[in-house]
Design a protein around this ligand. Structure first.
Ligand SMILES: Cc1ncc(COP(=O)(O)O)c(C=O)c1O
Length: 382
């Protein structure tokens, strides 16, 4: 039976999983202090780039002996820089349970063509057997699988005395989940994700062991300039104090600095995690009280608090993909939720971004609209 549209709308309908909602206090005027039309190598530009690195370290609690670099091409650039620069020195285990992890498998198996790669995969909603990972190898994995909403539960499965490196795509986890730095040798993320920044640049975080790899191993394949982190066998330390390899967007840098300030204002990492958890709770509370919708992750311990993926379970639904698309379209048409259709490679359903830049009141206001769209679509198909 079709139901009436809810009376209240989310004040902000932006629930996209990337680029994610900007900070709630965002306005373009906040970027007025950007160092525009000046060299990024001038003192003012360099100071801003360094502030971006220092603020990242402060808020994420990154150890002093880890390097943090701003690199080209968003999170993808940061991950590929690491894969191309470090892999091949020993065997590698590739762990993938959704689309982005699968993309890194393609890089390693089809592009780099490493013959000593072991690929471990799981279906959407599941995770690979983490207890089977051999840390004599390098290990590449995604902390939070954005397209399935499945994350690793913690870092306990990562050996402290590992010989290989851990290379972790944490783009939809950083600033929303605790990352155990001693377990992570290479960590990447993009400004466009949890802090709602812009997509131009990636962040590449290296442990001392990752630096050691860079300085002791030269891959047999050519490296383009934007991937090169060493000079004459030594780390190019400039990259990790803000001397970027090529020209960054100083507007994007300013936007990131503004986002970091906002992150401080909500209590830093703890506050950001609490906001993401509260948003996720609002979705889960709804799911638990409605029998036609469920979360995609099978094990609650692996459920994301950022990219919350849902599936419709009503037996009356005839065409799952068409139904989910139609629901998302209705919500977009009403201006109550943008971009919440499941990712193109994922099972049909909805994906609601719950990172800290989203206000809980807006998630709560969205839930009755999902019920409205669901009931309206069920009525329309019969
Ligand atoms: C887990 C994961 N890895 C990589 C990417 C690619 O990020 P970017 O487009 O910022 O390079 C995304 C984007 O959604 C992602 O969610």
């Amino acid at each position: 039976m079709a139901i009436d549209a809810p009376a209240t709308r989310p004040a902000n309908p932006r629930f996209s999983s990337g680029p994610c909602a900007k900070i709630p206090t965002f306005e373009l005027a906040k970027l007025a202090d950007a160092s525009l039309g000046r060299s990024h190598r001038a003192a003012v530009g360099k100071a801003k780039l360094k502030a971006a690195i220092d603020g990242t370290r402060e808020i994420l609690g990154i150890p002093d002996d880890y390097r943090i670099g701003i690199v080209p091409a968003s999170d993808t650039g940061a991950v590929e820089m690491a894969l191309w620069s470090m892999l091949g020195a020993r065997g590698v285990e590739m762990l993938a349970w959704e689309s982005f992890g699968a993309g890194w498998v393609t890089d390693v198996v089809k592009q780099l063509k490493l013959d000593n790669a072991t690929v471990k995969t799981a279906e959407y909603g599941e995770i690979v057997d983490l207890s089977s990972v051999d840390f004599a190898h390098d290990v590449v994995f995604t902390w939070n699988g954005t397209t399935s909403g499945v994350r690793v539960p913690n870092g306990d499965w990562i050996a402290d005395d590992r010989d290989g490196l851990t290379i972790c795509d944490a783009t939809s986890a950083a600033f929303a989940q605790d990352l155990p730095w001693p377990k992570l040798d290479v960590t990447t993320f993009s400004w466009q994700k949890v802090l709602g920044g812009e997509a131009a640049h990636g962040m590449l975080i290296l442990s001392p062991r990752a630096v050691e790899r860079l300085e002791s191993y030269t891959p047999p394949w050519p490296l383009p300039k934007i991937f090169r982190m060493t000079k004459g066998g030594k780390l190019n330390e400039g990259i990790f104090v803000g001397e970027t390899i090529n020209t960054p967007s100083m507007l994007a840098v300013e936007d990131y600095l503004v986002s970091l300030d906002w992150a401080r204002s909500v209590g830093g990492l703890k506050g950001l995690i609490a906001r993401a958890d509260a948003n996720t709770r609002a979705v889960v509370d709804f799911v638990e009280t409605h029998d036609w919708i469920d979360v995609l992750p099978r094990d609650p311990a692996t459920m994301s608090n950022t990219s919350v993926c849902l599936k419709f379970t009503d037996p009356r639904i005839k065409d799952g993909a068409g139904f989910a698309k139609a629901v998302a379209k209705r919500l977009e048409g009403e201006g109550v939720a943008y971009d919440i259709g499941a990712y193109r490679d994922a099972p049909p359903g909805l994906r609601i971004w719950c990172g800290g830049t989203v206000e809980t009141a807006n998630v709560q206001a969205l839930m009755p609209w999902i019920e409205w769209a669901f009931q309206t679509e069920i009525a329309a198909q019969s």
